[in-house]
Design a protein around this ligand. Structure first.
Ligand SMILES: CC(C)(COP(=O)(O)OP(=O)(O)OC[C@H]1O[C@@H](n2cnc3c(N)ncnc32)[C@H](O)[C@@H]1OP(=O)(O)O)[C@@H](O)C(=O)NCCC(=O)NCCS
Length: 157
């Protein structure tokens, strides 16, 4: 999955910072270690998305969990072979439900590159609301990207 240009361009590793390119050798371990560390101190959580037969489909991620402020940011990434069949939409709904159950969030945020239409559809399908755009907010692989802010508050339908 780390070889996929979409993952390299759009997926945030914790902080949030995009996957480094070229991907350093062993980076998958570093990535998972950050989530294990975050799970221990309560600042991050990461879930594998798996099919009914247990095969790996992608990742559903909670980075930057602020337990005191009841805020967090979510992310998701689907393996190329599993795209286009609703995996991300289900994953984001399940991840949102988990956050609501576990963290009583007053605000859940997504940051989505303005030129990532698939991810914006996923946000809409999970009930997130577009707030605005951070212009020229990220520099990656020679390209400056605008980042859209999407959020979900407790009273949102
Ligand atoms: C974006 C991504 C998560 C979508 O995953 P997915 O499982 O294929 O998405 P879904 O099947 O749930 O599709 C949801 C909707 O988005 C649409 N969609 C998916 N990919 C799309 C694309 N590249 N362009 C336009 N629409 C797209 C689907 O048609 C569907 O639309 P609908 O609501 O009208 O039916 C996946 O392509 C991915 O992992 N990309 C690389 C990493 C990434 O961008 N992560 C998100 C960072 S914010």
């Amino acid at each position: 999955m780390l070889e996929d240009p979409g993952v390299q361009q759009y997926t945030m590793v914790p902080v949030p910072v995009p996957v480094p390119v070229p991907v350093p050798s062993g980076f998958e371990r570093t990535w998972l270690d950050r989530y294990e560390e975050g799970r221990r101190d309560g600042t991050r959580e990461g879930f594998a998305v798996v099919d009914e037969d247990g095969s790996f489909l992608g990742l559903a991620l909670a980075f930057a969990i602020d337990r005191e402020g009841h805020e967090l940011e979510l992310g998701y990434t689907v393996a190329p072979a599993a795209r286009g069949r609703g995996v991300a939409s289900v994953a984001l709904r399940l991840l949102t439900d988990w956050a609501v159950r576990e963290l009583d969030p007053q605000r859940i945020q997504l940051q989505i590159s303005a030129d990532n239409p698939g991810s914006k559809r996923v946000a809409v399908r999970a009930g997130y609301v577009y707030e605005g755009t951070r212009r020229s907010a990220q520099f990656k692989q020679g390209i400056r990207q605008d980042l859209e802010i999407w959020s979900r508050l407790p009273d949102d339908p």
